[in-house]
Design a protein around this ligand. Structure first.
Ligand SMILES: Cc1cc2nc3c(=O)[nH]c(=O)nc-3n(C[C@H](O)[C@H](O)[C@H](O)COP(=O)(O)OP(=O)(O)OC[C@H]3O[C@@H](n4cnc5c(N)ncnc54)[C@H](O)[C@@H]3O)c2cc1C
Length: 164
């Protein structure tokens, strides 16, 4: 939090903004979870945004996600299809689940996981991945670029969990 504050102050100083008053301070938490919020939706009750689980579990980004999900909902409404049939569980949902496991496995070293990702890959590819627009081949190359053992361990743990 101190880092954010000093960066904002630096920015203001660099832009010669010195006469200002802080009236309020933003605070918030990003739900980094793969909990399937959408399973609670019905045809007449549909949670959207963070409450609907639209925050990408691995990054917290919600805005981009929301734009696409709103389009999907509109398509359903236009075609008179039941909203309760919308499921947001695609392969990226499973990647997020695994990525959260990798972050837990890294025991507080999450920043290293992220910096490895960006260091070992073209950033454009990473952003494409985070936007859920990559091909399976690109995804495989990204997975192999991080600590492979941590990744494989998390994958096996998860497979065991699903099969119990
Ligand atoms: C520090 C931080 C940085 C973020 N940065 C980004 C970013 O860069 N890009 C991005 O895409 N996302 C980011 N996010 C995620 C961000 O939360 C969402 O993008 C966006 O705010 C989600 O909008 P929302 O309307 O779904 O939820 P919110 O913005 O949380 O709005 C929900 C509102 O409902 C109100 N509310 C809750 N319960 C009730 C109730 N029972 N009755 C009445 N009102 C209620 C709340 O007070 C709140 O005002 C960030 C989140 C945090 C915390």
């Amino acid at each position: 939090m101190n880092e954010y504050e000093s960066e904002i102050k630096n920015y203001l100083k660099e832009n010669h903004i010195i006469d200002y008053t802080i009236l309020d301070k933003e605070k918030g938490l990003i739900p980094m979870t793969c909990y399937p919020f959408f399973e609670k939706n019905t045809d007449s009750y549909f949670k959207i945004g963070t409450a609907g689980g639209w925050s990408k579990p691995s990054t917290g980004y919600t805005v981009k996600n929301s734009l696409e999900k709103i389009d999907l909902i509109l398509n359903y409404l236009k075609k008179d299809k039941p909203l309760s049939k919308i499921s947001f569980k695609n392969r990226f949902w499973y990647y997020d689940l695994l990525f959260l496991d990798v972050l837990i496995e890294s025991k507080g070293n999450g920043s290293k996981v992220f910096s490895d990702l960006f260091r070992n890959n073209d950033p454009i590819k990473i952003f494409k991945f985070l936007d859920e627009k990559t091909s399976f081949r690109e995804e495989l190359s990204i997975f192999l670029s991080v600590n492979v053992m941590t990744f494989v361990r998390s994958l096996f743990k998860r497979i065991l969990n699903f099969s119990i």
